[in-house]
Design a protein around this ligand. Structure first.
Ligand code: HEC
Length: 125
């Protein structure tokens, strides 16, 4: 009986671990892309980290972005455009929550396809 239970859990592990590994690989890949594209100078993944000199973070933590936009129709397309073209300092979406006035256009640093991939990864957090 006990032996069977071990067998079953071993089987479960071998069935599920490739999925978990694919997820971890995707996370590593996306984090690398975000780092080489310069995003991580202004953003963190998790909320609760202060920005430079203990101020508010420069840009919103991506877990907050995910909470804000997840499940909203058109969010992926909208955010991809904001990432590529930058945000408007006169109508900040994160007023009072971040110390950065606006996000500069990132199209110089990242392709549209990669920006969309990052945005979809953020929305899936
Ligand atoms: C120079 C700092 C800076 C860099 C670099 C930067 N961001 Fe931002 N980002 C910001 C700020 C500031 C905001 C908040 C804009 C606002 O208040 O409307 C923001 C907002 C966002 C948002 C939410 C947009 C919205 O309208 O709510 C996303 C998604 C985002 N950034 C992704 C990225 C990605 C992906 C990269 C890298 C390609 C990146 N950012 C690079 C500063 C930055």
């Amino acid at each position: 009986m006990f032996k069977n239970r071990i067998l079953v859990s071993l089987l479960a592990c071998s069935l599920f671990s490739p999925l978990a590994m694919a997820d971890a690989k995707k996370d590593t890949e996306m984090l690398k892309l975000a780092t080489t594209s310069g995003c991580m100078t202004c953003h963190s993944i998790e909320a609760g980290k202060p920005g430079p000199d203990g101020m508010k973070p420069i840009g919103p933590p991506w877990s907050d972005v995910s909470k804000q936009y997840k499940g909203k129709p058109g969010a992926s397309e909208f955010l991809t455009r904001v990432v590529l073209e930058g945000s408007n300092p006169y109508s900040s979406h994160w007023k009072g929550k971040v110390s950065g006035l606006s996000m500069p256009p990132n199209a110089v640093a990242i392709t549209e396809g990669n920006a969309r991939q990052l945005v979809n990864w953020i929305l899936a957090m």
